[in-house]
Design a protein around this ligand. Structure first.
Ligand SMILES: [Zn+2]
Length: 218
């Protein structure tokens, strides 16, 4: 089964994916993480991506899909529960993905969970987010259940936590504009396919996690 987690940055998709992966053996696929891992490798695909990034050019939707596919095909799509976190990001990517599914995995079940949250709250959340530069675990200064045990240090490896460049106010506003323009049209797209469920994400991570477990019927 494929779960697509749709939602602006800061709506909690990543945290919930992390919890499902850790506790329920769901496979968390985040294109951001895939690219970060890929560019350290020495494969043909990695070289191609590095070349494009070096020139400061954008990676197009076809290549993004090729990179994602390498990861997806490690799993048994019928048996495993897979979360696509932050993918697709636009209609074109969705069409590439669905064309692949209809060609190679015809009876695959797909459910889209749309994490809904107002921009004002997103901004408040993201500016208080911290991340471990070593293991990638996210923390949050406002949520009790996401605070590190020792302030500013990772629970896993004691590395000093940082605020991502992306989480500074100017970049957040830019990301939200891009989200509204490119990704939001997917709500209607998936809704038309009758595979979309809206989720009120204005809650603590624990509560949202409980709601998602109910939706996924775990
Ligand atoms: Zn860490």
């Amino acid at each position: 089964m494929i779960y697509i987690f749709l939602g602006a940055p800061g709506t909690g998709k990543g945290t919930i994916s992390y919890l499902l992966d850790k506790n329920k053996n769901y496979k968390h696929i985040s294109t951001g993480n895939i690219f970060r891992e890929l560019i350290k490798k020495n494969t043909k695909l990695a070289k191609e991506v590095r070349g494009i990034l070096k020139k400061g050019e954008l990676i197009d939707d076809q290549l993004t899909f090729k990179v994602l596919l390498e990861d997806i095909e490690k799993y048994n799509l019928k048996k495993d529960n897979i979360i696509l976190d932050g993918y697709p990001r636009n209609i074109n990517q969705a069409e590439i993905l669905f064309e692949y599914f209809s060609r190679y995995h015809k009876d695959l079940k797909i459910l889209v969970i749309n994490f809904e949250l107002r921009n004002k709250i997103i901004i408040e959340r993201l500016t208080n987010r911290l991340i471990c530069p070593l293991c990638g675990k996210s923390y949050h200064r406002l949520f009790l259940d996401l605070k590190p045990k020792k302030e500013w240090y990772c629970d896993n490896d004691k590395t000093k936590l940082i605020q991502r460049e992306d989480d500074k106010i100017k970049s957040i506003k830019k990301r939200l504009v891009i989200y509204d323009e490119q990704t939001k049209p997917l709500i209607e797209y998936f809704s038309d396919k009758k595979i979309l469920i809206n989720l009120d994400a204005n809650d603590s991570p624990t509560k949202i996690y409980e709601k998602v477990l109910k939706i996924c019927q775990i």
